[in-house]
Structures are given as structure tokens and as C-alpha cells.
Design a protein around this ligand. Structure first.
Ligand code: ADP
Ligand code: TRP
Length: 317
């Protein structure tokens, strides 16, 4: 690996079926950014973050492998990118603890994710409260400079930056400040009900959906009556086609929501098919586990190097 290349890093929690919001909001960006070889890529499965939600061993295993398969199906090449599981690299949780000791409770209480979780359920777990510190560790361990994520993760990147600055101020220059990478036109992919697409809202279109599943999801898209153009259909259509390509279709079927939805089903199916085929062909669990173990070895060697500097800086070594 070339040490001089800027590091791109990103991760996703294995908490459910990957949907087109994850793809357009995050995965597509890092696959494209990693295609030109000018960056070193670290892409991981945030299983310790997911442990806040998934507390069933076989489910955790299945979702983890499926996310690895999804990354590869979307175009990540494990020969070029370090693809690994967070839990395989214990430096992540170790560094998160170190960050806990320089971070105040009121600061973490200002996090949107904490406030949302608290609003829904007063008895949130400490892991949810500390979530941003583990995420800061994920990013800062690898000196990442570019972190492609969806809009909802922007605050977490700011927390990582603040934490790096605070550590550097207390213990001396150690961490590089990361930048988020958010594309504005796909920053928030709408779901079938028009709200942000999210597995927690049950409004997703799965990325590897069969044509039948796609048809069900698209036919269920909530349409706003009284408008010639169904905005929720159009917004999803725009992710895969340009305005110029769509203009004649929407002109021809003005006000005919069913025909427009059928056009969207065709286009989504054509777009998804190659990734779906690849996803379905990756059935060998041993092969997936080997890819993740190989990635973990590289990630461990990078992170151990960084942890050596960190341990010296704080005086435990
Ligand atoms: P979910 O909201 O379905 O639980 P996650 O929180 O697991 O999704 O998100 C994984 C990644 O996908 C994150 O980088 C997130 O920003 C991105 N993402 C999720 N939903 C969307 C969306 N609707 N639009 C854009 N990006 C999204
Ligand atoms: N918090 C991110 C999400 O919910 C997942 C994540 C964990 C992540 N660690 C990260 C993303 C580090 C980018 C960088 O989607």
C-alpha cells in the first residue's frame, strides 16, 4: 500500500437489508471515488455499532456477510480496497475508550442521534450514547481524509474532527482532521412514503430486490394527487436517469401515475440487475470470511502502528 495516497474510509452497520438510499447516499460514492486509484480505501462493516441494535448471533453473522457481499456486488474490489469487520480490529474499541476520557457528557448529549433515540426511548444503552466516539476512532485510526456518507452522518464526522482537535490540543499533534464527502443531489434519497428512505421507517426499496419485489415497492409509492408529475416517483427516477432522459417520458404520461411507475420499475430493474446477479452469485461464506480476514490483517497492521503513537502520546507506553 502506498502510504502517500490520501485515505478514503467509510463503514455501514450490518443492521438490515441494504436499500437504494444506502447505495446512492453512500456506497456508490465510495466505489466511484476508489475507482481512480488515487486513494487508499478502507471500507468496513460496523458490527460493534450494530450490536446496539442486533443482539442475536446468527442474525449478526448473516447481516455481516450480506453486507460484505453487497459491498463487492456494488463494485468494491477487495484486492484493491481493505475490506474488513470493525470487531476484528480491537484498536477501534480501545481508541474509543481513550476518546471517552477526554469527552464530556453534555457534548455527547447534543448529538442528533442521541437526542432522537432519547426522544423515542428514555432507557437508551450506553453504546448508543457513546456511538460517536467509536465512530471517531474508526475514522481517526486510519488518518482518513475523505469520509463519504449520507447527510445524516455529517454531525458524526464533525464529532470526529472535534475529538481529533481536542486530543491534539491535550497530547500533541497526533490525528489528521477528516472531511465528510456528501453529494448534494443525492444527499437524502426519499423512501416510498416521501420521507427519508430508512429501514426504520419501512419505506425502502431493497438494492437487490427481484423484479416482483421492485414492482411491489414502486406501486406502493405514495403519490400526491393533483399534480401532473408524481414527485416521489420522479425523485427516485432521477437517481438513475437524467432530467433530459426523463422529460419525454413524464410528458408522454402526464398525470398517468401507473404508467410512470411502470417506467420506473423497468428502469430500476435494468439498473439493479447486474448488481443483483453479482450479489446472488456470492454464495460461498468461506470465501467471504477469508476476504474479511485478509482485510482485517491489513487494517490491524495500520491501526497498530497508529496506536503505538497514541499510547506514547498519552503516556501508557
Ligand atoms: P438506515 O437509515 O436505513 O438505517 P443506515 O443508517 O444504516 O441506513 O445508513 C448507512 C449509510 O447509508 C449511511 O452512510 C447513510 O448516511 C446512508 N443513507 C441511509 N439512508 C439514506 C438515504 N435515504 N439517503 C441517502 N443516504 C442514506
Ligand atoms: N454511523 C454510520 C452509519 O450509521 C456507520 C459508521 C460507523 C461509519 N463508523 C463509521 C461511517 C466511520 C463512516 C465512517 O451509517
Amino acid at each position: 500500500m502506498n502510504e502517500d495516497k490520501p485515505v478514503l474510509l467509510s463503514g455501514i452497520k450490518p443492521t438490515g437489508e441494504i436499500h437504494i438510499g444506502n447505495y446512492f447516499g453512500a456506497i456508490k460514492q465510495f466505489v466511484e471515488l476508489l475507482n481512480d486509484d488515487s486513494r487508499q480505501g478502507f471500507v468496513f462493516i460496523a458490527d460493534y455499532h450494530a450490536l446496539n441494535f442486533i443482539q442475536d448471533a446468527s442474525e449478526m453473522k448473516r447481516l455481516t456477510r450480506d453486507l460484505a457481499r453487497a459491498y463487492i456486488a456494488c463494485g468494491l474490489d477487495p484486492e484493491k480496497v481493505v475490506l474488513f469487520k470493525q470487531s476484528d480490529v480491537s484498536a477501534h474499541t480501545e481508541l474509543a475508550w481513550i476518546f471517552d476520557t477526554i469527552t464530556t457528557m453534555p457534548y455527547l448529549m447534543r448529538a442528533h442521534a442521541f437526542k432522537d433515540a432519547e426522544a423515542k426511548n428514555k432507557e437508551i444503552v450506553v453504546g448508543t450514547f457513546n456511538y460517536p466516539m467509536l465512530m471517531a476512532a474508526d475514522i481517526l485510526l486510519y488518518d482518513a481524509s475523505v469520509v463519504p456518507v449520507g447527510q445524516d452522518q455529517k454531525q458524526h464526522i464533525e464529532y470526529a474532527r472535534d475529538t481529533a482537535e481536542k486530543f491534539n490540543r491535550i497530547f500533541g499533534e497526533t490525528f489528521r482532521l477528516p472531511e465528510p464527502h456528501i453529494l448534494s443531489d443525492v444527499a437524502v434519497v426519499p423512501g416510498t412514503d416521501g420521507r427519508k428512505m430508512s429501514k426504520s421507517y419501512g419505506n425502502t426499496i431493497p438494492l437487490f430486490a427481484s423484479r416482483e419485489q421492485l414492482a411491489d415497492c414502486v406501486m406502493g409509492i405514495v403519490t400526491d394527487s393533483g399534480n401532473d408529475r408524481p414527485e416521489n416517483v420522479y425523485a427516485i427516477h432521477r437517481l438513475i436517469k437524467t432530467e433530459e432522459e426523463l422529460a419525454p417520458v413524464y410528458e408522454e404520461h402526464k398525470g398517468k401515475y401507473k404508467a410512470l411507475k411502470e417506467a420506473l420499475i423497468d428502469d430500476l430493474d435494468a439498473f439493479i440487475a447486474p448488481m443483483r446477479d453479482r450479489f446472488e452469485s456470492l454464495t460461498n461464506d468461506t470465501e467471504i470470511d477469508e476476504i474479511l480476514e485478509k482485510g482485517a490483517q491489513v487494517a490491524r497492521s495500520h491501526s497498530e502502528h497508529k496506536m503505538d503513537t497514541v499510547r506514547r502520546a498519552i503516556g501508557v507506553r
